[in-house]
Every structure is written in C-alpha cells, then in structure tokens.
Write a protein that binds this ligand. Structure first.
Ligand code: BF8
Length: 622
C-alpha cells in the first residue's frame, strides 16, 4: 500500500517493490529521510546571498526577525530567491539552445562530425525571419548566416530577440510597456544575478519584472533556438509510433539509455547503434541486437524523430538501472540524478557522462564534441556492447509494462494533420466542440504521487473537451497511460472525441521536450494572430502538475508572461511573502493579462483551467 501511494504507474510500482527487497535506495527514500523539510526554505524565507547571513525571516507575526542583517524583508528575499531560480532555468534552456547553434555553425563550416542540414524548408523559413537571403545560395551558406544570427541573440546588448516577434503585436507592445521585452538572452540572465546581489535591487515588483523579462528571453529566445535549430539539423518531427515505459528494455539485447536533453548527443548515439560493425559485435557477444531507448527529454527528442522508445520520465531513471538490464546509461546535461553513480556500482551498468559541463561521481567520462560526434558515439556505444558480457542474468528484472503511443506533433505536423491550415482547429474551438487548449508540461516530484498529477489532470481535461498539447515528463506520463493514441479519444468528451476521430488524432498531442514548449508558444501565437486577438484572449491554459526544476520556474514565468493562465501542482517557495504571492496570483493579471494558481489536487486544477477557458470564450463571444 505504501508503494501504491508513491506512483500510479504499474512499472514504477513493481520496480519500487523490487528495489525495496534489494535494499536499494531511490529518490522516494531520500525524500522521506528529508522530512520534515526546512520550513524557512519551503516559504522562500532563507537568504544565503551574502556572508552576513544566512538570514531567515520568521513567518510568525509576533516572534522572530522580520529583516535580514542588511534589512531585506520577506518580500525582497522571496522575490530574489524566485528570480534566481528563473535565472538558473533560463540559463539551462538557453545554453542548450547555444549548443545547437554551435553545432549548426560547425555543420555549415563543414567541421562537424556526422551532422547535416536535414530540413531545408525550415532553414529557409528561419532565414526569412532573420532577413537572410536564400536565393541562389547553398544550404551551408544560409546555415552559416543563420548560425551567426542565432548565436548573436545570446550576447545582444540592445534591440530584441528575433523569435519573440512571432508573438502578436499587442503582446509585444505590452511587454515593451512593462519594460520586459528582452534585449539579449545572456544579458537578462546576468542582470538577474547582478540585481539580486547584496544591496542592488530591493523592490520586489522590479525584481519580478526582471524575472519575467529573462524568462521571455528563455521561451521566445533560447528555447525557441534549441527547438528550431534541432529541427534544421535533425528534421522537424512528424507523427510516428513509439512505446513508453520500462518494458521497452529488452532481455536479450544490449540496452543503452540516452538520458538528458540535447539531441546533439542522442542523435549520434542512435546512428552509431545502427552501425553494422557494432551490431555484429553485439551479436558476437551473444546479444540479439542493440536497443537504444530514451529517458527524460532526450527520450522525447529521439522518439519524436525516430520512434525510439522512451524508458520513462524523471523519477524512473534510477528504476531503469535497477532492472539490472542496462549496459550503459549515457548522459549529457540536466535532470540527471547524481545518485546514479552509487546505484550503477551495484550493477554492471556503465554510467557514462559526456558533457564537459556535467560530471558525476561514479561516472566514466567519455567527452563528446561535435567535431567528432559520430566517432565518439561509436566509442560510447561500443563500450556498452562490451559491457553486455558483464550482465548478471540473475539480477535482471524488467517489468512488462510498455504502452504504444503516437508522438511527433510539431507545429508543422499539427497544421499538416489539419489539412494545411489551422482553420479546422479554429472552427472546432468556435463551435465549442473543443472548449480550449491546455499545455500540460513539467517534471515528476516525489512530493506528489508519481504521474498521478499528470494523468488525473489530463484525463479530467479531455473529458471536458479540452485538447492537450504536452511536453517533457508530462508527455512521457501521458504516453505511458495510453493517452497518446487515437483510441484514447474514447475517453474524451463528445466534442473532442468527434474532432479526434475525424482527424485520426490522439486527444493528447506530444509536442516534444521542455525546450519545445516554444512550439506551444508558436501555435498560440498563430491562433491568436489568425483571430486577430492577443494570446491572453484565447481559451488556453497551462499547467505543471508535478514540477520541480528551475527550468520549470522559468517556463511558468514565460508562459504567464505570454498571457497564459498557469496552474502549478506543487507549491512554489514563495508563500513566505504574501505580497509576492499576490503579485504572482493576482497582480500579474494587470501587467501581462495572466497569472498563476496553485492547486495540488489535479482534478480541481483541471476545473480552474476549464473555468478560465469558459470565461475567455464568453469574452470572445463564442
Ligand atoms: O526538461 S520535465 S524533470 S526532463 S525539467 Fe527535467 Fe522536468 Fe522532466 Fe526535461 Ni523538463
């Protein structure tokens, strides 16, 4: 029963039971040992920004300090802590985008190892946005100019981030008026670090506005660059069948997990694993083949582009190792638990780090670089193949669960599925067959029953005719729950069911990894532009039911800044300041036309979103 309370996912439940029997520790155990978590930290009231501290503000009215040594109040401390989280998240997403820009540059110069320009249509479209000439030019020449242009977005000191101009004019005007139209990506992140230094910006409103500004640079800048350049290099996703959950690991094959975020690495791992030389080697070692599967967002990337199965979402990374059937856990950056090092020691699994930016205790470091991308990937996959002989069959326990799913719904793929224009979608929204669109995204968090927040919220929404666009660990949860199949339309309300059946679409569309939330922004902008309104006028809402990362904080901030009401399913560390809480949940409406709500019950969260959509529909007169 204790295990049932930890996850709704049957594979996860089985693996947790197995782990417990083996005495193996997971994030859930470590979370329990952490309880009760620090009350000051939970409320955002602890300040460690300078060495006069740490300071902590008493949340109680009549006792304890109300100001830090420098005089910072709860409002200042909470606001500073919050926007530092945004800086961390925006930096992570944007650095991912920068790595793609780097790969595009090397590829255009003919210096990358194994990469090519796959989507010339997108290359031309992006070139047009930047005013880069395409007539009579080679794709490499165009790509070179584009790489320089997107690279420049990071260090821009003035002006604006180009892709932000996809937003409706009214949205841009509103950003300008509020002083939150970002100039350059790095600039806004650095400015957060400056302003939150001791003795700089001590106005909670001014601090939060800068947080929003940096987050917009993430969503409409760094994340958008990551998505678009990935499409140019690896192809824009189209609907493809895949499978999800730990049952995708195979008993008789070399199992390789690509875990992390950047397709620059995982694309090459996928290519190397298909190389006949390594396949022969695997067979010679007694394996039937090489089975590459994904984990977390890199799993989303390669499943969207190649149908590669996804082993699981964030909280399943340790469980994958515990199956005893993984030859190599290959990681790059973000959402990789350092716990994997100790855990892999208990098995034959090789934990292989590849990024100079991300090293881990207990990992073998095989540094990856784009110049020699394919060759290094070959070495990494070969290390996994060699490790097959070390597998102990007695330790292998692979749960059977795996679910079919249809993934790969880029904006372009959605438009194509609709017959070439957004009109059928707009008509369905106008007629009420579809009540609205919800973007459901984000992580897992042991504070909430694994996947329950995701699945219960999405099920309630589709029942009420809300079409779902999904990314990140939510997408993986939905795939595992069978919600990403056209048949899942049977679980939807009559209106949505009819639309899905007519178009052969699932009610929950997999739009990719977390940086691909930029795809959701692009769709919202296109719908708003088609209707001649702002994004904040649309019957759309967002939610992050199980969020935990700093990236999720930045995402939430740019989604709200883009005019989309957003429900958080785990409580952010801001409640120590009633004023900051009010800014986020109410006052933001007056500035950006949207705000946050916090609701830990997913069904109630769904109804907050539905009520919001109803209100927007009424205002639009539909
Ligand atoms: O970028 S949803 S746990 S894997 S942070 Fe991480 Fe959260 Fe998963 Fe992808 Ni996004």
């Amino acid at each position: 029963e204790k295990i049932l309370s930890k996850s709704v996912d049957p594979a996860t439940q089985q693996m947790l039971e197995f782990a417990e029997k083996q005495g193996l520790e997971t994030a859930w155990d470590r979370y329990e040992k952490m309880l009760p978590q620090c009350g000051f930290g939970e409320l955002g009231l602890c300040c460690r920004i300078c060495n006069m501290g740490p300071c902590r503000i008493s949340p109680f009215e009549d006792t304890g300090p109300k100001k830090g040594v420098c005089g910072a109040t709860a409002d200042i401390i909470v606001a500073r802590n919050l926007i530092r989280m945004i800086a961390g998240g925006a930096a992570a997403h944007s650095d991912h985008g920068r790595d793609l820009a780097h790969t595009l540059l090397l590829t255009a110069q003919g210096k990358s190892g194994g990469y090519e320009i796959k989507d010339e249509v997108k290359l031309a479209a992006l070139a047009k946005e930047y005013g880069i000439k395409t007539n009579g030019r080679s794709k490499e020449d165009i790509a070179l100019d584009l790489a320089h242009s997107v690279y420049a977005e990071f260090g821009k000191q003035e002006g604006f981030v180009q892709f932000s101009r996809r937003a409706p004019e009214r949205r841009v005007a509103l950003w300008k008026k509020a002083g939150i139209d970002p100039r350059g990506i790095d600039r806004e992140i650095v400015e957060i670090m400056h302003r939150t230094h001791i003795g700089v910006d001590n106005d909670p409103v001014n601090l939060i506005l800068q947080g929003l500004k940096a987050s917009i640079a993430d969503g409409w800048g760094g994340s958008c660059i990551a998505t678009e350049i990935s499409d140019v290099l690896f192809g824009t996703p189209e609907p493809v069948r895949s499978q999800a959950n730990l049952g995708v690991l195979k008993k008789d094959e070399v199992n390789i997990i690509a875990h992390g975020h950047e397709p620059v690495l995982s694309e090459m791992i996928v290519a190397a694993a298909r190389d006949p030389r390594l396949l022969d080697k695997a067979r010679a070692a007694g394996a039937e083949g090489i089975n590459v599967v994904g984990m977390c967002c890199t799993g989303n990337e390669i499943s969207m582009r190649h149908g590669i199965p996804i082993a699981g979402n964030f909280l399943q990374q340790e469980l994958a190792v515990i199956t005893g059937a993984v030859e190599a856990m290959i990681v790059d950056v973000q959402c990789i638990m350092p716990a994997l090092g100790d855990l892999c020691e208990c098995f034959h699994t090789k934990f292989i780090s590849t990024s100079p930016k991300a090293k881990f205790p207990g990992a073998v470091h095989m540094e990856f670089n784009e110049e020699k991308g394919f060759d290094i990937a070959m070495e990494i996959v070969e290390a996994a193949v060699d490790n097959y002989a070390m597998r102990n069959p007695d330790k292998v326990f692979i749960p059977e669960d795996k679910t079919d799913c249809m993934v790969g719904f880029s904006t372009e793929a959605i438009v194509k599925a609709l017959g070439g224009t957004l009109d059928p979608l707009l008509d369905a929204i106008k007629s009420g067959a579809i009540k609205g669109i919800a973007g459901i995204v984000g992580c897992n968090n042991p504070k909430i029953k694994h996947d329950h927040g995701h699945v219960a919220l999405v099920e309630e929404l589709i029942k009420n005719n809300v079409l779902i666009v999904s990314t990140g660990c939510n997408a993986i949860a939905c795939a595992k729950a069978g919600l990403m199949l056209p048949e899942a339309a049977d679980q939807a309300g009559d209106g949505l069911k009819g639309v899905c059946k007519a178009l052969g679409l699932p009610p929950v569309l997999h739009m990719g990894s977390c940086v691909d939330i930029s795809r959701i922004l692009t769709v919202c902008a296109a719908v708003a532009n088609a209707l001649g309104v702002d994004i904040s006028d649309l019957p759309v809402a967002g939610a992050a039911p199980e969020w935990m990362s700093e990236k999720a904080v930045s995402i939430g901030a740019y989604v709200v800044s883009s005019g989309i009401f957003t429900v958080l399913g785990t409580v952010p560390q801001v409640l120590g300041s009633p004023f900051v809480t009010e800014i986020l949940t109410k006052i933001a409406n007056d500035v950006v036309g949207a705000a946050f709500a916090v609701e830990t019950d997913p069904v109630k969260g769904a109804h907050l979103m539905i009520a919001h959509m109803d209100a927007k529909r009424q205002a639009l007169g539909i």
